[in-house]
Write a protein that binds this ligand. Structure first.
Ligand code: SAM
Length: 275
């Protein structure tokens, strides 16, 4: 079978790093996600993955972040089987195959056209899955997506690539379009954005980062209707114990308890009545 050539720059290039970390995890003893689909995708892509800029030790952090997103998404899906899922900035993540939602769920994998085109070549179709080739910032993002059911919005490693005004406008459109919903994403403080801009993956991609989320409550005034539920850190305490050497564990624990804990963290919001 021919291998797929990829020539991506900017934000789309960053998804290769997170995909690669899942493939490395799948092939390691004691794998966390067992993401065989990601491993097969990496085999099919003709790309020098050493150029993604992700240091080996950071791969496990990306995998554990996905594990936590999966866990939280599974919880929502278990409580609301009749759901629309917007997986924003999905990249080549295989979440829909990992979670395997029932056919009552409509799942929209949203990313730039070049990314969605690649997904179509790498991954199988399945009932209820709608690959959606659009920018998350596109005012027409929700055109054609029925607004008659609650929505679960998942955006992992994405808000930092959106422009602030456009990201907020997308959240407002979602709140207006659906009767109720849960939003799960990661957000970065101003200092976090500054730091992320200097990490290997982002530098290698050439992406310019902008949208900082400092106070999570602030979003509820900028996006009327949104209710802030929870701020959470990855890796979880159990994963810290299981996957990190002693010294790194102490550093991360100290960071999560310090005034710098908002450099990067998970955020959960809801709107309408989802329960
Ligand atoms: C770091 S990758 C994360 C990919 C995936 N969520 C994961 O965890 O593996 C960032 C992704 O966000 C996508 N992205 C960034 N800005 C976007 C936009 N305005 N519209 C659609 N996708 C966007 C990129 O194309 C890329 O796939």
């Amino acid at each position: 079978m021919d291998r797929e050539k990829v020539d991506l720059t900017g934000a789309p290039a960053t998804m290769l790093a997170t995909l690669y970390s899942k493939a490395v995890d799948a092939r390691s003893a004691g794998s966390v996600l067992h993401d065989e689909t990601a491993a097969r995708a990496v085999d099919r892509i003709d790309h020098d993955f050493s150029r993604t800029g992700l240091p080996a030790r950071d791969g496990i952090s990306a995998v554990l972040r996905s594990k936590e997103f999966d866990r939280r998404a599974r919880e929502v899906l278990a409580n609301q089987p009749e759901l629309t899922v917007l997986h924003l900035g999905c990249g080549l993540d295989t979440r829909v195959y990992r979670l395997d939602p029932p056919p009552t769920v409509s799942w929209y994998d949203v990313d730039y056209p070049a990314v969605i085109e690649l997904r179509r070549r790498l991954y199988p179709e399945r009932p209820g899955l709608f690959p959606t080739a659009r920018s998350v910032e596109d005012p027409g993002l929700l055109d054609g997506i029925p607004g008659d059911r609650p929505v679960l919005v998942l955006a992992e490693g994405v808000t930092l690539y959106l422009r602030t005004a456009q990201g907020l406008a997308t959240f407002r459109r979602i709140v207006e379009h659906f009767p109720a919903g849960t939003l799960i994403f990661d957000g970065y403080s101003s200092a976090g954005i500054w730091l992320q801009q200097r990490t290997g993956v982002v530098k290698a991609s050439g992406a310019r980062l902008e949208w900082a989320i400092n106070d999570p409550e602030e979003l509820t005034t900028l996006v009327p209707g949104l209710v802030f539920d929870e701020e959470w850190w990855f890796p979880s305490p159990a994963d810290l114990r299981a996957h990190y050497p002693w010294f790194q564990r102490q550093v991360l624990r100290a960071l999560f308890a310090s005034p710098f804990k908002r450099l990067g963290r998970g955020l959960t919001y809801h709107f309408g009545s989802t329960r």
